[in-house]
Design a protein around this ligand. Structure first.
Ligand code: PLP
Ligand code: COI
Length: 361
């Protein structure tokens, strides 16, 4: 059995005028819709008790294992409103599969892909009024799974809960599509060989918070993490993958080396670029190569990509040593912007979906 019947407990809806006021300027991750999804798992029954509930606090025992040992994973995807009013999601099965890869690494139970997609549909359907229609706006969906057994022994929990919450979202970086500065993390690593770098688990983000705070003190919006051994091989940003663009149109992005997230935006952009006949190199990339290429003009653009960030041009790379890469005050790069327009066009229904990536709710 891969699908379940959801029990529905309707919420008191936020009055239309208040919801519209939120949707007019949603920001990112600040307000949540009227409902949420909860599905429980235990070793005896498997997945059960699938519910659509009013959004709100969940009961949790103080001994719940997630609170002590951080056994948690999450996903991020968006629902978009098309010009004809249809609501779609983008490659939700890819998120479901990645959740299961994270689950395997964190010793959490796998969730059938169909049940993940069903849960997304249930929530977006009941809270359809919350999908905004403004430019670059969407409903950000946050599926997550927590270990929820009251037991302090250190072992994989035998009880877990999968939930989905939703939050109307505008751009992750405020101020329109303009280049951001990023900070090279020196001493603070995000992942190491054999660790959880390729999983989307809360612990990876917890360890990125201190370097992110340091980055912010230097006017940088994200941290660039390198491989902890060399401090030169580029992994990814705290919440995004990275691409470098060569003058000859070649794109270079760090290979999936076990330390970085297999981003769905990343893989979609690789496909779009290859479909244009461009060469995409997935390989080891170093900070040294980026600096040299930016200095001699062979690397002309850099961008970060992810569900929340979409595609965000990078203007500068900074570190304790000063500015390492500076693309100056130039407008966002041409290829960066045209890939961004194509991807968002597919998501928002203004460009043909020739790969079958969008799914109608
Ligand atoms: N890398 C990290 C660490 C992330 O948190 C994200 C965001 O989800 C990404 C990359 C990009 O992944 P995706 O494009 O699937 O959102
Ligand atoms: C996403 O892009 O969905 C992320 O998870 C990145 C971040 C906002 C946590």
């Amino acid at each position: 059995m891969t699908e379940l019947t959801f029990t529905r407990t309707p919420a008191t809806r936020l009055p239309d005028a208040e919801r519209e006021a939120v949707l007019a300027d949603p920001g990112f991750g600040k307000r949540f819709t009227d409902h949420m999804i909860s599905i429980v798992w235990d070793r005896e029954q498997g997945w059960h008790d699938a519910e659509v509930l009013p959004y709100g606090p969940i009961p949790m025992d103080p001994a719940s294992s997630v609170l002590h040992y951080g056994q948690e994973i999450f996903e991020g995807l968006k629902a978009y409103r098309h010009p004809n009013g249809d609501i779609v999601t983008f490659r939700p099965e890819a998120n479901a599969q990645r959740l299961n890869e994270s689950a395997a690494r964190l010793a959490l139970p796998e969730l059938p892909v169909e049940l993940f997609v069903q849960a997304i549909r249930e929530l977006v359907t009941v809270d359809a009024d919350w999908v905004p229609s403004g430019h670059d706006q969407s409903l950000y969906l946050r599926p997550f799974m927590i270990a929820d057994e009251s037991f302090l022994g250190v072992r994989a929990a035998e009880r877990a809960r999968f939930m989905v919450i939703a939050s109307p979202a505008g751009p992750y970086f405020t101020g329109g599509v303009k280049p951001v500065s990023i900070w090279l993390s020196g001493e603070h690593a995000r992942a190491g060989r054999g660790g959880t770098g390729a999983a989307k688990c809360g612990g990876n983000y917890a360890s990125s918070l201190l370097p992110t705070r340091i980055a912010a003190q230097h006017g940088c919006a994200q941290v660039l993490f390198t491989d902890s051994a060399t401090e030169d091989t580029i992994d990814e940003l705290g919440g995004m993958n990275l691409f470098l663009v060569h003058r000859d149109g070649r794109l270079v992005t760090p290979e999936l080396n076990g330390n970085i997230l297999d981003g769905i935006t990343r893989k979609s952009l690789i496909r779009l670029a290859q479909d244009r006949g461009l060469t995409v190199e997935e390989r080891k990339v170093t900070v040294g190569e980026w600096r040299a290429g930016a200095a001699d003009g062979s690397i002309t653009e850099a961008f970060a990509c992810g569900t929340a960030a979409v595609i965000t041009p990078i203007g500068q790379l900074k570190s304790e040593q000063g500015v390492l890469v500076d693309f100056g005050d130039r407008a966002p790069g041409e290829l960066t912007m045209s890939l961004r327009d194509e991807l968002t066009g597919i998501q928002f229904g203004t460009v043909a979906d020739r790969f079958g990536w969008v799914e109608r709710i």
